[in-house]
Design a binder for this molecule. Structure first.
Ligand code: ADP
Length: 325
């Protein structure tokens, strides 16, 4: 009798809400196809060290609503070296694993792609990062949840800024990508949105804040993507131009990473999981990543996906500009 197919799943890089929903989806879809699943602990570190455990449908019960990742994650500089990737390959061979699913961001996919090329090993990527910085897909797992968390923080900060007639700079995550700032700024009604994709114009910001004051706005929210500069630096630059502006700073930090995934992220995770198992069953490809475009789940060659240019939504940015007057 032919042995059952076996796959391994790992989460790598920054954790994101929806990773657990994806793990659960993979395990349950695999199980219904008779495929055995192993979870790798701590991302590529666990793969190198042989830290795998069997996952069945029951072991992922009660996880769809949880943030973080039940498999834990890591940054693993060793994986950049062939010697360590070879160790990881030996681990997968020892466990008779036929394919690997990586849930992570840009770096994790680069590692996965290299690993797949080194050993002709079938690897499939599910985009999991709150930053939404993967150009080939409209959205990544965790982004929607993170934006909702930021919007709720904006609502709270707005109350106190209005009570005191102040401006506030709210620094949000996103690494080199301005999407968290753009989407949360637009939906949180921010007066100013600063993203790394647009040139920083301090004079323009100061003029806007002065104009808002004259027009009688009793609070101003500036959403600042971390890829531009820190909230402290920006405050100093503004005060250097006009020190009569009352301005506060808040760096939201890790609170953006955690929390129960939104409906969108859960549904997206389930759809990606189903696609990953379909790709594994079809055995057509060696290295593919899964994404969403116009609400359709698709897969594409990992090399191609990683070479695509940034997809910043200038139309959305212009709408936000119009609405902030
Ligand atoms: P993310 O996946 O969230 O972008 P990182 O950029 O930190 O997170 O990458 C996660 C891990 O992926 C790294 O710690 C490393 O183990 C692996 N990785 C990143 N780039 C490469 C690469 N070029 N070759 C091999 N492994 C890589």
């Amino acid at each position: 009798m032919a042995r059952r197919e076996r796959i391994a799943i790992l989460t790598s890089g920054g954790d994101a809400p929806g990773m657990n929903a994806a793990i659960r989806g993979i395990v349950r879809c695999a199980s219904s196809e008779g495929i055995e699943c192993f979870g790798v602990e701590d991302g590529y570190t666990g793969l190198i060290n042989g830290n795998l455990r069997s996952l069945d449908s029951r072991s992922v019960s009660n996880t769809i609503q949880k943030g973080g990742t039940i498999l834990c994650t890591s940054r693993c500089p060793e994986f950049l070296e062939y010697e360590y990737r070879n160790k990881a390959y030996n681990v997968l061979s020892a466990y008779n694993i036929d394919a690997l699913i990586v849930i992570g961001g840009n770096g994790s996919f680069a590692g996965m792609n290299q690993f797949s090329k080194d050993f002709n090993f079938p690897c499939f990527g599910i985009p999991g990062t709150i930053d939404n910085d993967l150009s080939y897909t409209d959205f990544t797992l965790g982004f929607d949840t993170a934006v909702n968390t930021v919007v709720s923080a904006i609502n709270n900060i707005r109350d106190t800024m209005t009570a005191h007639n102040r401006a506030c700079i709210i620094e949000v995550m996103g690494r080199h990508c301005g999407d968290i700032a753009l989407y949360s700024g637009l939906s949180g009604g921010a007066e100013i949105i600063l993203v790394p994709e647009m040139k920083l114009d301090i004079n323009g910001i100061v003029k806007k804040l002065q104009k808002y004051r004259i027009k009688g706005k009793n609070s101003s929210i500036i959403i600042l993507a971390e890829g531009v500069c820190s909230c402290i630096d920006l405050k100093e630059k503004i005060l250097a131009k006009d020190n009569s502006i009352e301005i506060r700073t808040v760096k939201l930090g890790y609170l953006q990473r955690g929390g129960t995934p939104s409906m969108f992220d859960r549904v997206f995770a389930c759809r990606c999981a189903e696609k990953a198992i379909e790709l594994i069953i079809n055995k057509e490809y060696l290295s593919r990543v899964i994404g969403i475009k116009d609400n359709k789940i698709f897969d594409m060659d990992t090399d191609k996906a990683l070479q695509l240019e940034s997809k910043f939504d200038y139309e959305l940015y212009n709408i936000a500009q119009k609405l902030s007057n």
